[in-house]
Write a protein that binds this ligand. Structure first.
Ligand SMILES: [Zn+2]
Length: 326
């Protein structure tokens, strides 16, 4: 801990108590001494409302103490530093990191488009098995769930970058871990071409148990950023390697799309590692990283749809050959 962060901490504590930093005061922080909201009607004395107000007071105090500290640092000729794991951003209305919010929303929209067009393709455009009306493609449910995990994760990412409080942070991190863990399960099942439902469960169960335990540990026991980073990077690198090796050996007709996603996805990860402070107070490495995943998401779902088409035609061929033999 540096002296600087100690200074900021003291500033936040004082601000939460007094509701002011120097001359400027925040209306979210106007509590009377017994913790109730000062001079408000009864419906604004509700515990939940007060709790929400307290959270916003802390958030405002953190923000303005950070600005104060950054001003001082600039005077001394120092560059920006991180606060609570984040760079000092300029706010737009209530949005703390507006650029990350916008890119998260675009990612959400792109995931929804990919997911919906995949569903329309497999259930309405491609033929279904005549016996049970199921898809010929064995990984339909797997990718459908993948879309749900992705959309959930981008939704909470947009919320978290809008307003950073303990609850939104936990929801964002938990959703991201769930997505990375689930995507690893998908990577194993698809690259090893596991078509048997029982084997799929055998692979998924221990990984799902591990990820669930990790999420519970973060939320209920200790929110350990370092440990979480290790878990996420390990699972992320593992799936990237699986796809990369598979892309190298497969004769899949859309393997070029896979190569592009693996290559640019890997390069984009460098943005998370070579973290830099925001340009003009808005665009940092993390926001740019969220931007890169928008086109990659389009390409990724395009690969998944090709995979569904390709598999459907080859399975249909197998089924027809089978009928001829009978
Ligand atoms: Zn983010």
């Amino acid at each position: 801990m540096s002296i600087g962060s100690q200074q900021t901490r003291t500033c936040v504590k004082q601000c939460e108590k007094s509701g002011c930093i120097g001359e400027s005061c925040f209306k979210q922080c106007s509590f009377s001494s017994d913790g109730t909201s000062a001079g408000s009607p009864w419906y604004m004395q509700e515990p939940l409302y007060l709790r929400w107000k307290q959270l916003n007071c802390r958030s405002d105090c953190r923000y303005h103490c950070m600005l104060e500290r950054e001003k001082e640092r600039e005077k001394l000729g120092h560059g920006p530093v991180k606060y609570h794991g984040k760079w000092p951003f300029k706010r737009v209305f209530i949005f703390q990191e507006p650029v990350s919010v916008v890119f998260s929303a675009f990612n959400l929209a792109m995931q929804f488009y990919g997911w919906l067009s995949f569903m329309i393709l497999v259930y309405y455009k491609l033929p279904l098995r005549p016996q049970n009306r199921k898809t010929y493609y064995e990984f339909t449910v797997l990718w459908t769930m993948y879309g749900v995990f992705s959309m959930n994760s981008w939704f909470w990412s947009a919320v978290f970058h809008s307003r950073d409080v303990d609850l939104t942070e936990k929801l964002d991190y938990s959703s991201a871990v769930a997505l990375v863990g689930y995507a690893l399960i998908v990577a194993i099942i698809r690259t090893f071409n596991v078509r048997d439902e029982a084997v799929k469960v055998i692979i998924a169960a221990p990984l799902a148990a591990f990820v669930t335990t990790h999420i519970l540990y973060l939320n209920l026991y200790q929110f350990d950023y370092g440990l979480n980073m290790k878990v996420c990077v390990t699972m992320g690198v593992a799936q990237l390697l699986l796809w990369a090796v598979w892309a190298g050996v497969t004769k899949h007709p859309s393997r070029f799309k896979l190569w592009a996603v693996v290559l640019f996805g890997g390069l984009a990860m460098l943005l998370e590692i070579y973290d830099f402070p925001p340009f003009w107070g808005y665009v940092d490495a993390h926001a740019l990283w969220h931007a890169t995943t928008i086109p990659l998401t389009y390409l990724w779902w395009s690969f998944i749809k090709d995979d569904a088409k390709f598999s459907t035609f080859s399975r249909q061929g197998e089924a027809n050959d089978g009928m001829k033999v009978d």
